[in-house]
Design a protein around this ligand. Structure first.
Ligand code: FES
Ligand code: FES
Length: 153
């Protein structure tokens, strides 16, 4: 069954017909071209597909596109402003928190939500907030340091 939905992605209004079984991940990547939204596990375990929905990090692989009706979605493509990387993106580069980069968009989006919350986080709380993300390359230490740096700036 098809359903017409509308939502905002990175500030742009989108209206399209989706199959009610399609995930938001499939719609963002395959229909709208936001390939920064990565498909890892496809079952809500790795965090590679994370997007912000009304400011909250969500695994888009287990979120139906029809649930996004009327929502405001941000993908990694919407994080830099006027060609300038965000402070989270800069911190990831400065701390060498990227190797293959497959997990990076998800981490950056979750860290962005943390920064935007205005809350203070201990190192243990940072680890807990990031626990929904898997990285096969970095050993996590540089990622944690990058998020600490972005939160401190
Ligand atoms: S692809 Fe969505 S959590 Fe792994
Ligand atoms: S940098 Fe390769 S999976 Fe994280």
């Amino acid at each position: 069954m098809l359903k017409k939905i509308s939502f905002v992605v990175n500030g742009k209004q989108e209206t399209l017909e989706v199959d009610v079984r399609e995930s938001l991940l499939e719609v963002l990547r395959n229909r709208l071209g936001y390939t920064g939204v990565k498909k890892g596990c496809g079952v809500g375990e790795c965090g590679a597909c994370t997007v912000l929905i009304d400011g909250v990090p969500i695994d888009s692989c287990i979120y139906l596109a029809v649930w996004a009706e009327g929502k405001n979605i941000v993908t990694i493509e919407g994080i830099a402003k006027n060609g300038e990387l965000s402070k989270v993106q800069k911190a990831f580069i400065e701390e060498g928190a990227i190797q293959c980069g497959f997990c990076t968009p998800g981490y950056v989006l979750t860290a962005t939500a943390m920064v935007e919350s205005g809350k203070k986080y201990t190192r243990e709380e940072i680890k807990r907030e990031l626990s929904g993300h898997l990285c096969r390359c970095t050993g996590y230490q540089n990622i944690i340091r990058a998020v600490e740096k972005a939160l401190a700036d």
